[in-house]
Design a protein around this ligand. Sequence first.
Ligand code: NAI
Ligand code: MG
Length: 360
Amino acid sequence: MTLKIAVMPGDGIGPEITAQAVKVLEALKSDGLNIEFEHALIGGVAYREKGIPLPEETVALAKASDAVLFGAVGDFSLDTLPRHLRPEQAILGIRKALNLFANFRPAMVYEELADASTLRPEVVAGLDILIVRELTGDIYFGTPRGNRIAEDGPFKGEREAFDTMRYAETEIRRIAHVAFQAAQKRGGKLCSVDKANVLETTQFWRDIVTEVGKEYTDVELSHMYVDNCAMQLLKNPKQFDVIVTGNLFGDILSDEASMLTGSIGMLPSASLNESNFGLYEPIHGSAPDIAGKDLANPMATVLSAAMMLRYTFGLEDYAVRIENAVKSVLATGPRTGDIWRDGKVRTGTAGMGDAIVAAL
Ligand code: NAI
Ligand code: MG
């Protein structure tokens, strides 16, 4: 069987980092991995060439492929476009089009990187948590949204903007099942994060997660308010095993969790639908400040490719080989600036990709 991968580099550092992940996957071909790549435009590059951030043929290619390897989208020079034409709409649009509701964001601290966090080593050493973020609902997809003149209330007649936070029972149930099952395979603990004290949507979230929890008596379920969770992640992150939360809170908490590991350039993700079709991407954005300069850390994207082999194709042995190659480069190889320390050789994006291939 040949694995058909749609590659969507996108904007900013996207092309540089996805090229390294492709290089690493290509290197496994000589060891029997049967894989082929087809590239598609998405985000700002698609807007510039086709006039829209998510062309139909890009969605069609994704649907005709076995998995998607995605870089990043976002281009500050297009920020004045109407929202539906902005690059970021492409990633929201493709998640929705492929029904990728379950987003897995592991945050682990590699022994070799225990000194890279801004937190004390004893707080983060050995950390291994998984954030399960709901990805196709919540305030990111609420309707209606936009600017208007306020029709009532104390600011009547003024301009206002609004978004609506919204979750249906099915959406909460399916992500809860995914999270409970992930907890079963890991440490058996699930913390559901909400703001049930203030937001009705998230009280509903808490009720449904509690209901689903009755089917998973082997998983210890707890609930936490998002503001407390933000604090606990810094105070004592190792108290967590699996965290499940909505789209908005998951976005913010996973960026926060990335800093426990030392760099956002280290964190991969998998976005899956019910049939395990997946889009794999680093959790960071297009990093325009370092784009095109061979400065970006490609490890998050390379580790996303490993997640692809594991989750969509069940190729655990190849996934582990990539992860071990990354660890070996962290231990003895050169490093990009975001994780560079005294005594280490400094390298660029491509150099890091080459080092991972060499370690394979
Ligand atoms: P960002 O994640 O792109 O960058 C935040 C900071 O982390 C920057 O200082 C950047 O240089 C650094 N950084 C990110 N990735 C790195 C890597 N691999 N190696 C080394 N350093 C890295 O977030 P920011 O700056 O808020 O957003 C930039 C653009 O990306 C925006 O247009 C935003 O909308 C978009 N974005 C896209 C996402 C996606 O495509 N999934 C996710 C998040 C943001
Ligand atoms: Mg984010």
